[in-house]
Design a protein around this ligand. Structure first.
Ligand code: ADP
Length: 579
């Protein structure tokens, strides 16, 4: 119920639009009833062979209601779709607005297929909240009231009997179908989520599944989810069929009952036969708005489930938040890290433990250490994806938590191990860094990044995740983005780790030349060309174990020296001199 109330709060701004659509919906059904009533009037009256003029009223009525029904149906569709699309747009914006601050920290425990399902299908399901859940009962209630008045003018007993049938069709049948179909909608939705997750795993991991001989098992799992979904859909179809038959049965029951109640009145002469025919057909037509009610109950269940899943994400508190009055970005770009500690939620060990170091403006430093030492955690804290547990990071003596996070990220160019490229053209992928860049600027950036041959292919599609490019080319696109962004600080997080030796050297050289004069932090576990750095921080198990320039670190026994020796040892076989 709480979820439903929260959902209705979202659509509340559209109350008047919804009320208008419901009113036109009622007028449409009313015209349908009027059409049948006037038709019955003409047929019954004509059977008595009156003069043509006596049928005029009926003929005008048929024309009026016939035309009105079509026009009103069109107007109702127009208004209700307009309302639905407004609600949908609001829902999507509302969801994206709430989702963005949660990334990436709070979204880590959601699988991407699951998130996709929530963004697409759950919101799509809520789109029907008005048309399929809220509007049908309103129309049904108004029609029941109309019939109460119509039948009540002839007999209170008849009006009461019709009300009973309407209550059975409006409450009894939906309740019965809800009981019989309990869990079916949610079950179908869950199976669809499973299918999406399995399909994503299949597409993204087909290579691994093939190599480890798991493809057949995975396909079997997909088949079993599909058959479980089909089974639920079959049950659902049976319940739907039953519901339609029951509503039809009640309609016929109401017709028979009204005849039973009114024929004695006709016999007494208090009511004429034509009125009996008219009211009987009106009763028949009045059941039309009751047909969608059981489906409304089912949609309500699905919407509550979808709403719960969306609120689950939206209720998560963002890990980091923007300060109410951010401090202007400092002109001094010196970085200072003081007693920085961080523990990931649920982890018992500190990923970073009282780290202290500083980077004077314009200097290039490296943070090195074995895998799991905590190097990337520093980047995440720097980009404000997470908040530090203790201590902090400051730029020009201003703590980064006082800065606007968006401005902070605009001032830092980050290149990670795997550059994310969108399935777009080269141009679109570059404009991400500078949306208003001219073609000339794009070409210059590509040329500086060592991709001069791409300058003439700005509109070439680069494939899903940039599949049509080599690893080196993808990283060079990231470098071109740095050139365009022209931020004063650069963080390279294992930016060349995936490249072969020769490409790595070329990319590193390009990076050194474009980062001249900028403050740069290079995070790496591979010790290459280390003498170019002004300072090297050696990190192990979240702690700084040494720092200094390459030469000094090499003169000491320790982790850095060992890592260097290990990575630069010449295989014995090569040093052996053949006799
Ligand atoms: P490095 O970049 O030096 O390889 P990381 O900074 O990625 O190391 O990780 C430091 C430690 O934090 C590791 O023990 C790692 O398992 C842990 N860790 C990293 N990311 C998460 C996360 N999202 N949740 C929990 N623990 C994490």
């Amino acid at each position: 119920m709480k979820t439903f109330i929260r959902l209705t709060a979202i659509v509340r701004p559209y109350f008047w639009w919804m009320a208008l659509a419901a009113l036109i919906g009622f007028a449409t059904t009313g015209s349908g009833i009027g059409l049948l009533m006037t038709s019955a009037y003409i047929i019954a009256k004509a059977a008595l062979q009156p003069p043509m003029a006596a049928l005029q009223l009926g003929i005008v009525g048929v024309r009026f209601f016939g035309l009105a029904r079509g026009v009103l149906r069109y107007a109702e569709r127009l208004v209700s779709h307009n309302t639905t699309f407004r609600i949908l747009a609001k829902l999507r914006l509302w969801f994206y607005d709430a989702l963005e601050p949660l990334a990436p920290a709070r979204l880590l425990h959601f699988r991407s297929g699951d998130l996709l399902q929530r963004i697409v299908d759950d919101i799509q399901s809520l789109e029907n909240l008005y048309t399929r859940v809220l509007a049908p009962p309103v129309t049904a209630i108004l029609v029941a009231l109309l019939m109460w008045v119509l039948a009540g003018t002839y007999s209170l007993q008849a009006a009461l009997l019709i009300l009973c049938f309407h209550l059975l069709a409006g409450i009894g049948v939906p309740l019965l179908t809800m009981l019989l179909g309990r869990g079916l909608s949610v079950g179908i939705m869950n199976r669809k989520t499973d299918q999406q997750l399995l399909a994503l795993d299949l597409i993204q991991g087909i290579g691994e599944l093939q190599v480890y001989g798991r493809l057949a098992g995975h396909l079997e799992e997909m088949r079993s989810v599909e058959s479980a979904k089909l089974q639920l859909q079959r049950k659902n179809a049976i319940v739907e069929g039953l519901q339609e038959s029951l509503t039809g049965l009640l309609m016929n029951g109401a017709v028979l009952t009204i005849l039973w109640a009114l024929i004695p009145i006709v016999s007494t002469g208090a009511m004429n036969g034509i009125s009996l025919a008219v009211i009987t057909l009106a009763v028949m037509a009045s059941f039309e708005p009751f047909i969608p009610l059981p489906a409304a109950v089912k949609h309500l269940e699905a919407d509550r489930h979808a709403g719960k899943r969306l609120f689950e994400i939206l209720d998560a508190k963002p890990e980091t938040s923007s300060p109410a009055a951010p401090v202007p970005f400092p002109a001094n770009r010196a970085i200072k890290i003081e007693k920085l500690s961080f523990t990931y939620p649920g982890s018992l060990t500190k990923a970073l433990d009282s780290i202290c170091f500083s980077v004077p403006a314009g200097q290039h430093i490296a943070i090195v250490g074995p895998s799991g030492a905590g190097k990337s955690t520093i980047t995440s804290l720097f980009m404000r994806f997470w908040n530090s547990s203790e201590g902090g990071i400051s730029i020009g003596d201003v703590d980064i938590s006082l800065l606007d996070p968006e401005e902070l990220r605009r001032n830092i160019s980050l290149v990670s191990q795997r550059t994310y490229l969108f399935a777009e053209t080269i141009r679109e992928n570059l404009l991400l860094a500078k949306p208003d860049a001219t073609d000339e600027e794009l070409r210059k950036a590509l040329s500086q990044a060592g991709l001069i041959n791409f300058a003439s292919k700005l509109d070439e599609w680069i494939g899903q995740h940039g599949m049509k490019l080599s690893g080196g080319e993808r990283q060079r696109i990231a470098i071109a983005r740095i050139v365009l962004q022209n931020a004063p600080m650069i963080i390279l997080d294992e930016a060349t780790a995936n490249l072969d030796g020769i490409t790595e050297k070329e990319v590193t050289d390009t990076l050194s030349s474009i980062s001249r004069g900028k403050t740069m932090i290079t995070i790496t576990h591979r010790l290459k060309a280390m003498d170019q750095y002004d300072n090297i921080i050696v990190l192990d198990k979240g702690k700084i174990v040494a720092q200094g320039v390459h030469e000094n670190l090499m003169n000491r026994e320790g982790l850095y020296h060992r890592m260097w020796e290990l990575q630069h040892a010449t295989p014995a076989v090569l040093t052996e001199v053949p006799e």
